[in-house]
Ligand binder design. Structure first.
Ligand code: ADP
Ligand code: PHD
Length: 836
């Protein structure tokens, strides 16, 4: 004989019941089918009970009655409806009478509550029994077992009505008296039973705890020595994590009883934890199956362990947790104090979920349900009153709004580095750990964190351990000008390939320009934010109407929103040249959001800022990447890093590192106008938005400063020797328009510069130099024998002399400006972060 249990989600519509009838009719063994109340009904009964205290239950009770009436009408013909209507009406009358007396007495005991809750299963079992026997497709005769009378519990204390303790011996006698010793010979000896409900020694109605129908089914399976227990719900068995909280979970094909217990205990709602013991006791195979996809394998649970190679089977979580800490020297000195703590909590009927204790025993951290916090606190403080007064113990400390994330797997034992990987993953995402506990079995590592980080933690850990899981990366962009648009083009062009080949899904979550920010959110509160499409971003760039495009009062609003969204693997991309944007890096990095930038300002401001940002990122195990701040996508900073990390020393750098100035001086021939060439460079995206930044030498100075800092020097902009090649009038231009006017006015100055160089057979280049610890930038005449002479177009060249590269420098050369190459470098930095 086998036992099957169908949960609330499985029994709640006609098509679902048809599906159940098909599943049952395919069974070749006799069975007991256990059913839960229809979906949501037990919650409704909880509400009815609460409202009855104030006499306000009538509307919900009416809804309860109507729901069952309507469902019956849908399920069976008029002929069979009458009988069921009478049942429902009678039960509703009883329920009403109970509620009325609760209202009159203004007292709602657990005893009464248990009786109220039991009505859901009482009705569903009768209705499903009828449906199974009269439906025309797969008519199945099932005899009703009265679980309230059959399942006995030892409940005798008032507190046990809602979570009664099983009396297995008595229950076995009760069931065998009805079912007899089961054999497969007796055809059509099939049964249906209500889950969740039972009776106590006084014959009163009790329940087996929320989710307790699974337990009822396991009890039936144990008592009749079932050949298997099948628990049917709306998922393909136990998943690697809660599918409502984690994306792309995987079905776990096999679990040991112990693993299944740990997962259930730590929140995998698909299985009620006490259900494991009755089947484990008799080694009855347990299957978790999906009513809506019966062909799927689901999960097989047995006593074998190490069923898979996976070190981790799943990741679960329990929310609404509080941590209570008992501490003081008395705890270490006095024998049995720890035991006393647990005893006090037990006497206060508080369920301890997790314990952490330091080896000194001076403090014990206990995880409990938040709803029990006040009771626990009062019980401990009053029990230890004397010790607290004498200074032997401290008042208990509490931390609310926590959750427990548990990583479960039999094979975790001896798996080196596993805990490190878990803590690395959550640490990189800025999730603070309140407490840690590891069971002696090493089947479980439990981490207590703030409840607000629950989903983030579950997802990052899941992505870390389940290789085929696509890792979501949440990208926030500032700037959608030339570089920004190219970046978006690259990202969307590569998106699918990255998902398929690298299991990385780059999602643009936010974009901001100098006035507005855009997130794809459906509610005002930003509670649910979806990724932005390419179309969304491009429309935003074109300033087209979008209700979600919000004018911000300051860019801090954008940064704050990024922080509050609290998404895992968040990366901020700065594609601007704005100081306002770079001022936000510190805030972002402090909140564990990696930053990728082509903006030079932060790294070329005070040395202390440069150092601080790098250190903050390092301390948080996240990234601050700015390769494109010098030479666009050329691997210059990376090369300097590689040289230094391998023990080399950078002695000298000579570089032409302004793609824009190189373009300008390569294209200016004194026959054309200097101002026109600058304009062309601007239009082709080689200059900064304000070309004065390039022409004034500031851009080159910033770059050589960054190179010097990366080489290990502690320099400031003011340390750089620079002879401007611009007339003062141009340097003092107040706007881009004025600059162009002044460039035109001073054409003769530029002509003279060019002609002098040309006369000597030289070319003009702005050269930056780091030599003997000094930095300089100057417009130089470059003779034809110099390696810099043939530097074409907007190319950059950087020549590095080191202890190893003495006679001939290491030379890096290539396009050093332009939106496309810069955006590709920014993208490469983003990928570097993802791959690390
Ligand atoms: N690790 C997990 N694996 C599968 N389901 C889970 C897990 N964690 C939480 N769940 C939730 O458990 C639900 C099934 O349990 P439940 O709602 O009690 O079903 P039923 O009403 O059929 O008993 C699933 O819909 C799923 O959202
Ligand atoms: N109806 C009860 C018992 C139960 O187990 O339900 P379900 O199988 O739908 O989780 C509850 O909601 O707690």
């Amino acid at each position: 004989m086998i036992v099957l249990k169908f949960g609330g989600t499985s029994v709640s519509s006609k098509s679902n019941l048809e599906q159940i009838a098909t599943i049952l009719s395919a069974k070749t063994e006799n069975f007991i089918v256990v059913v839960s109340a229809f979906s949501g009904i037990t919650n409704k009964l909880e509400q009815i009970a609460n409202l009855s205290l104030h006499g306000n239950h009538s509307i919900l009770l009416e809804e309860f009655r109507n729901f069952h009436f309507e469902f019956i009408k849908e399920l069976v013909s008029e002929f069979h409806q009458i009988e069921l209507f009478v049942e429902v009406q009678q039960k509703c009358n009883q329920l009403e009478a109970i509620c009325e007396s609760v209202g009159t007495l203004k007292e709602l005991s657990d005893r009464t509550r248990a009786t109220i809750l039991s009505f859901g299963e009482s009705l569903s079992s009768i209705i499903v029994q009828k449906y199974l026997s009269v439906n025309t497709k797969n008519s199945i005769k099932v005899n009703l077992l009265d679980s309230k009378k059959i399942i006995s519990t030892t409940t005798n204390e008032s507190k046990d009505y809602l979570n009664a303790h099983l009396d297995l011996e008595k229950t076995t006698r009760n069931i065998l008296a009805i079912v007899g010793v089961p054999t497969n010979d007796i055809q059509n000896k099939n049964y249906i039973a209500a889950g969740f409900v039972a009776h106590n020694q006084k014959g009163e109605t009790v329940t087996l705890g929320r989710g307790g129908s699974d337990f009822s089914a396991a009890i039936y399976a144990n008592t009749i020595d079932a050949t298997r227990l099948e628990i049917w719900s709306d998922v393909n068995g136990m998943q690697s994590a809660n599918p409502r909280k984690v994306q792309a979970t995987q079905s776990l094909q096999k679990l040991s009883y112990k693993e299944a217990f740990e997962m259930a205990y730590f929140g995998a709602k698909v299985l009620y934890p006490p259900s494991i013991l009755p089947v484990m006791d008799k080694n009855i195979p347990l299957y978790l199956k999906n009513t809506f996809s019966p062909e799927q394998e689901g999960t097989f649970i047995s006593n074998e362990n190490k069923l898979t190679e996976n070190k981790i089977q799943g990741i679960c979580s329990l929310d609404e947790i509080a941590i209570i800490t008992v501490s003081g020297v008395g705890l270490a000195k006095q024998k049995g104090s720890a035991r006393r703590v647990f005893q006090i909590l037990e006497e206060a009927n508080i369920n301890i979920i997790l314990i952490t204790q330091s080896s000194s025993e001076q403090s014990i951290g206990i995880g409990i349900n938040q709803s029990e916090l006040q009771n626990a606190e009062e019980a401990l403080n009053s029990a230890f009153e004397k010790e607290i007064k004498r200074g032997l113990m401290n008042e208990v400390k509490t931390i609310e709004n926590q959750c427990i994330v548990a990583i479960v797997g039999d094979n975790m034992k001896n798996a080196i580095g596993l805990a490190g990987k878990v803590f690395g993953a959550i640490g990189e995402n800025g999730i603070n750990v309140t407490a840690i506990a590891q069971g002696a079995s090493e089947r479980n590592i439990s981490i207590v964190i703030n409840k607000k980080d629950e989903e983030k933690a579950l997802n990052v850990i899941h992505e870390k351990f389940f290789a085929s899981t696509v890792k979501n990366v949440h990208v926030f962009i500032a700037g959608i000008g030339n570089v920004g648009t190219e970046f978006i083009n690259i990202l969307f062009a590569q998106k699918q390939k990255l998902i398929e080949e690298y299991q990385i899904n780059l999602k643009i979550i936010g974009v901001a320009n100098s006035k507005k920010m855009l997130f794809n959110h459906s509610s005002e509160t930003f509670e649910k934010v979806e990724e932005l499409t390419k179309e969304d971003v491009l429309k935003f760039k074109q300033k087209k109407e979008n209700k979600n495009a919000k004018t911000y009062s300051s860019l801090n609003e954008y940064f704050q929103t990024i922080k509050e969204l609290n998404l895992r693997n968040s990366v901020f991309i700065d594609n601007t040249a704005s100081d306002i944007v770079s001022e936000g890096y510190e805030f972002l990095i402090k909140n564990s959001i990696s930053v990728v930038t082509c903006n030079k300002i932060a790294c070329s401001s005070e040395y202390s800022t440069y150092l601080k940002l790098n250190k903050l990122a390092k301390d948080r195990n996240i990234y601050f990447k700015y390769e494109t701040s010098v030479g666009a996508a050329l691997p210059i900073l990376k090369t300097i890093y590689d040289l230094r990390i391998s023990g080399d020393k950078i002695n000298q750098i000579e570089a032409v590192i302004s793609g824009s100035l190189n373009f300008i001086f390569n294209n200016y021939n004194a026959e054309n106008q200097f101002a026109d060439v600058v304009l062309q460079a601007k239009e082709e995206g080689y200059t900064e938005p304000n070309p004065l930044i390039d022409l004034s030498g500031l851009d080159v100075m910033r770059k050589i400063l960054i190179l010097s800092r990366e080489s290990g020097l502690n320099k400031e902009l003011s340390d750089i020797t620079f002879n401007s090649f611009l007339p003062d009038e141009c340097t003092n231009s107040k706007s881009v328009e004025e600059l162009f006017e002044n460039l035109k006015k001073n054409e003769n100055h530029f002509k003279a510069l060019y002609q002098n160089a040309h006369k000597n057979g030289n070319k003009l280049k702005v050269v930056a130099k780091m030599e003997k610890g000094n930095l300089s930038v100057a417009l130089k005449e470059i003779p034809s024998n110099s390696p810099f002479y043939n530097l074409e177009g907007k190319d950059n060249v950087v020549a590095i002399n080191t202890n190893r590269y003495v006679d001939e420098p290491l030379v890096i050369k290539g396009a050093g400006a332009g939106a496309a190459v810069t955006a590709s470098g920014v993208f490469a930095d983003l990928m570097f972060i993802m791959n690390n």
